[in-house]
Design a protein around this ligand. Structure first.
Ligand code: XMP
Length: 531
């Protein structure tokens, strides 16, 4: 990820829970569950030096799960001194085993693995971790190792019919559970985490949108001083919220550039311009470069080549515009040295994860390469936030639901939803079909419940009949998926009545399409976009 880690906005005066990541697929969920309680949390790799952990002045530390075995030679090397920092520690799954192993207990491969739903009996209802919880809990287990012997000072506080499920040493202020309180399948998991955060760590719920906005604005002002800032707006939630935050901080010294790449949705260029410039007062420069993009895309059918062309042309167009803006500004003051980027927390965690960067399936188009090329410094006001938190902040900033509630839209736009060559005619056909899909899904009240729902134009033509006329036209695929983060997705079972209406409207209203099919592929093995 391009960017300058030291340049992100700094939080002021929020209490922090540090989560050490041992590589579990659920680590981000722990952070989200803590933040849902309005308590700030950061995820650090388990290899983070003690000084870095201490620099966050944590009020508590959580050790995540992970795929390794603590007794393996290649177990992730974390410093056991984190167990003696003097702040409360909660171990989860691998975290429990880490504690047992490093404090003198014994962890072995379990005779019976526990994976999936399980029932836990609480042995000590007086334990602060279980305050207010019933004597038995439905939980989610996922482990192959178990702590056979406990370190001195520890006792069992929970148990399944099969194995140990929780330990504590109140003297050392260390608690641990073998199950995963952070996942949905542990219904009372949030209550348990709440007990840890408030009852044990004594945290205050001071991580609120208002606090975030106030401290972010203050730190942007401090950083930028009298300087000027540029923002590449995509019209999506992240770049819009980032721009509005920076605008609150420095007003018209922020200039936003919004490029029409010719593959936006129907009326999107005008709507985004209206929303952000006219309704929110941003200093927005709309650049219609659609002809340029479409002429570069002419004759190209390979998905990766399309993506690369759009990424490349975006940089060319943006740089030229930035230069124009910089010239204008230089006449009044010192030029433009800052660039806003809507980086989110999952990208930050992913790039430092102990699991390492994931394999590239598609080259994503974003503004990642711009800061280095243009020698600009980065402002990343959303670097600490998850997507749902970005929406909360947007709401607190008074942004319209029309912007905040938008489903994600890929940088290369409709180009990756037109299989085969992108032509102005095909873009227009897809825009019309897509508009029908979106408006019908909105009318059915499903838009906000679905991660993404859209139309894809296939180069396949088939024979149909309309009135008494033979038709020979394109096929349109409908794609609708449920997802938490876009990394995995399930196809959404849209009601048949809705599919019927969408299909009938597309075939009747969109010239060029005479057949509609429904994509019932999940990710993996499919991807969400077709290209
Ligand atoms: P795939 O198709 O890889 O998409 O399953 C996962 C999520 O990422 C979005 N997407 C992109 N977003 N630039 C973006 O900003 C891109 O180049 C890009 N390609 C795909 C996609 O819409 C889905 O939400």
């Amino acid at each position: 990820m391009g960017g300058c880690a030291s340049c992100h906005t700094k939080r002021v005066n929020t209490q922090t829970i540090v989560i050490l990541d041992f590589g579990s697929q659920y680590t981000q969920l722990i952070a989200r569950r803590i933040r849902e309680q309005n308590v700030f949390s950061v995820v650090l790799p388990c290899t983070a030096p003690l000084a870095e952990i201490q620099s966050h002045a944590p009020v508590g530390v959580i050790l995540s799960g992970g795929p390794s075995s603590v007794y393996d030679a290649d177990a992730p090397p974390a410093d056991p001194a984190i167990l003696a920092l003097g702040v409360p520690v909660l171990g989860i799954c691998y975290g429990l085993q880490f504690i047992a192993h490093h404090l003198g207990g014994k962890v072995v491969s379990a005779a019976r693995r526990e994976y999936g739903h399980a029932e836990v009996s609480i042995l000590d209802g007086e334990t602060a971790l279980f305050a207010g919880l019933p004597p038995t809990l439905a939980v989610w287990m996922s482990h192959g190792d178990e702590a056979l012997e406990l370190p001195e000072g520890f006792r069992r506080i929970a148990q399944t019919s099969n194995a140990l499920a929780g330990i504590a040493d109140e003297g050392r202020r260390i608690w641990a559970v073998q199950f995963h309180p952070e996942v949905h399948h542990t219904p009372l998991g949030s209550a348990l985490l709440k007990n840890f955060v408030f009852g044990i760590c004594g945290a205050q719920a001071d991580w609120t949108p208002a606090h975030f906005i106030e401290s972010t604005i203050a730190s942007i002002r401090e950083k930028v001083g009298a300087g000027h800032v540029l923002c590449a707006l995509s019209g999506g939630v992240d770049s819009s919220v980032a721009a509005v935050l920076v605008h609150r901080a420095i007003g018209s010294r922020l200039t936003c550039v919004f490029v029409d790449n010719g593959v936006l949705r129907k009326n999107e260029f005008g709507q985004v311009t209206q929303n952000l410039r006219d309704k929110l007062g941003l200093n927005l420069v709309p650049v219609d470069a659609s002809e340029r993009f479409l002429s570069e895309l002419a004759g190209v059918t390979d998905p990766e080549t399309k993506r690369k062309i759009i990424g490349r042309e975006f940089i060319v167009v943006f740089e030229a515009e930035a230069e124009r803006i910089a010239e204008r500004i230089a006449k009044q003051s010192g030029g433009v040295e800052w660039l806003v980027q809507g980086t989110l927390y999952p990208d930050v965690i992913e790039s430092s994860s102990v699991r390492g960067p994931s394999q590239t399936i598609k080259s994503h188009h974003n503004v990642g390469g711009l800061p280095e090329r243009m020698k600009m410094k980065l402002i990343e006001p959303l670097r600490d936030l998850f997507k749902d938190e970005v929406r909360r902040i947007g709401r607190d900033l008074g942004m319209p639901e029309e912007i905040l509630g938008r489903q994600p839209f890929p940088g290369p736009g409709l180009a990756v939803r037109i299989v085969g060559e992108v032509t102005p005619e095909r873009v227009a056909i897809l825009q019309n079909a897509d508009e029908i899909v979106v408006s019908e899904i909105k009318a059915a009240g499903l838009y906000s419940q679905i991660w993404q729902s859209f139309a894809v134009l296939l180069p396949v033509r088939s024979v149909g009949v309309m009135g008494d006329q033979r038709t020979y036209a394109y096929t349109c695929a409908i794609r609708a998926v449920h997802s938490e983060d876009g990394m995995t997705a399930d196809w959404a079972p849209l009601p048949h009545e809705l599919l019927k209406r969408i299909s009938s409207r597309i075939v009747n209203e969109v010239r060029g399409i005479n057949r509609v099919v429904y994509d019932i592929t999940s990710k993996p093995p499919g991807t969400i976009e077709w290209e």
